[in-house]
Design a protein around this ligand. Structure first.
Ligand code: B12
Ligand code: SF4
Length: 362
């Protein structure tokens, strides 16, 4: 369980000053040494097809656990995290009727928010040195971010596969600076014992595995990403497998179920970062609003700066068709019938499915 006293791994003063200036609270430094064992596990994971249609994960295999491949001469991996947790506020009645959005996507895109913070930190640490001495990544780079966060003593990896800290649970996103500099860090921050100070999953707990409606969590620390609602609603660009559609509930962008049930998240602190507290997509998006998006320009106008942009207009409409059926939105039947004749096959097929679902239940 989360210990009462939050754990902060030892870090050099100059890094503390630079990250404090940005309000960053999850920090650690890891050695850039590779991990042949994890790399083997990762290749096996790809070979089993658990990455679904995320082909970039296959391409990343040779760089995932090798910072050297991303920055020749890399000596330090500075891992940083930022808390995005907000409590649910706008419950729309006892039977929610609009599309749910994962918390990380309620406000501004964290790639932009954390990316800007990290670039400022990196500049201050490398002031006067050549820019090729460091590289900044937030999510989109190949590096196995949770693995290095754990090695840095900044978090531990929980059974739902997410990195957890004592202060923020798993409600934080990760970025890193690969640096050619060495920093004077006590060895204990780099050891498993140091990382373990954050705590661990309670023995016998399997709430995340049990709650996942699509069975994406195959067991502790093992995910079949191709079944995860987050993958289906965000990363996957084609048709959603019919057998999974009913299991997706009202999610239209991402999914937080395995985090919401987690006892490690119970006392997580709420974020104060304005980019996250000011909503763009918000907690729920009206399904009629999504289904009415006729052009990419309208979509961009509504979601500019939000992570929702990644799903694209077609993807979001596809997701909204499924959510409309799952949430018994009979009032949207007419709209869905119209969309069933949309020239875009992806939209038309999902709208037809939703119409059939609603009709078969009425
Ligand atoms: C691809 C991806 C996804 C995929 C796959 C998710 C996954 N768990 O891997 C999908 C689209 C499903 C996804 C979903 C989400 N994602 Co994502 N995702 C990534 C990305 C880009 C790569 C992750 C990856 O390589 N996965 C492949 C698998 C094989 O990697 P792995 O879990 O490390 O696998 C190892 C372990 O299983 C390990 N292992 C095996 N046995 C054991 C035993 C023990 C004890 C341990 C410790 C490990 C272990 O061996 C494997 C091989 O090395 C990272 C960013 C990055 N560059 O790292 C973000 C990242 C993991 N995602 C993130 C987030 C926020 C999410 C969501 C919460 C978003 C949402 N709300 O919808 C969900 C969470 C779903 C979940 N339970 O994972 C954050 C997580 C932050 C955190 N606190 O951990 C990251 C780090 C992005 C970021 N920069 O912040 N994501
Ligand atoms: S729900 Fe339980 S098993 Fe899953 S990550 Fe949280 S503490 Fe670990």
């Amino acid at each position: 369980m989360i210990p009462r006293v939050p754990y902060d791994p030892p870090i050099p003063q100059e890094l503390k000053i630079a990250t404090d200036a940005e309000g960053l609270e999850v920090i650690g430094i890891a050695s850039p040494a590779g991990s042949p064992e994890r790399e083997r596990d990762y290749v096996e994971w790809i070979l089993r097809g658990f990455h679904g249609s995320m082909e970039y994960l296959r391409r990343h295999a040779s760089m995932k656990y090798r910072p050297e491949a991303l920055l020749p001469g890399c000596r330090s991996v500075i891992v940083v995290g930022v808390n995005y947790y907000r409590r649910t506020t706008t419950e729309d009645g006892p039977r929610p009727s609009n599309g749910r959005v994962a918390r990380y996507a309620w406000g501004r895109d964290y790639h932009k928010v954390l990316g800007s913070m990290l670039r400022r930190v990196a500049r201050s640490l490398h002031d006067g040195r050549a820019s090729e001495n460091y590289r900044v990544f937030v999510d989109s780079g190949p590096l196995a971010e949770r693995f290095f966060a754990e090695r840095a003593g900044a978090a531990f990896v929980a059974k739902n596969t997410l990195a957890v800290t004592s202060r923020f649970g798993s409600w934080f996103v990760i970025g890193e600076i690969l640096s050619a500099r060495t920093f004077d860090v006590e060895e204990r921050a780099r050891t498993a014992a140091g990382a373990g100070v954050h705590g661990g999953c309670p023995r016998g707990c399997s709430r995340c595995i049990d709650v996942c409606p699509t069975g994406a969590l195959l067991g502790p620390y093992q995910i079949d990403a191709s079944k995860c609602i987050s993958y289906l609603t965000i990363e996957h660009k084609g048709a959603i497998p019919v057998e999974l559609r009913r299991k997706m509930g009202g999610w239209v962008f991402g999914c937080d179920l395995c985090q919401e049930v987690c006892p490690l998240n119970v006392r997580a602190e709420v974020t104060t970062i304005p980019d996250f507290t000011n909503s763009i997509a918000g907690e729920r998006i009206r399904l009629d609003e999504i289904l009415a998006l006729e052009t990419d320009a309208e979509f961009t106008q509504r979601f500019a700066g939000s992570p929702v942009m990644r799903a694209g207009r077609r993807g979001l409409i596809r997701n909204a068709c499924i959510a409309a059926a799952n949430l018994d939105r009979y009032d949207l039947l007419e709209t869905l019938r119209r969309l069933a004749h949309n020239p875009d096959d992806l939209i038309a097929e999902h709208a037809r499915w939703a119409v059939d679902e609603l009709n078969s239940r009425s």
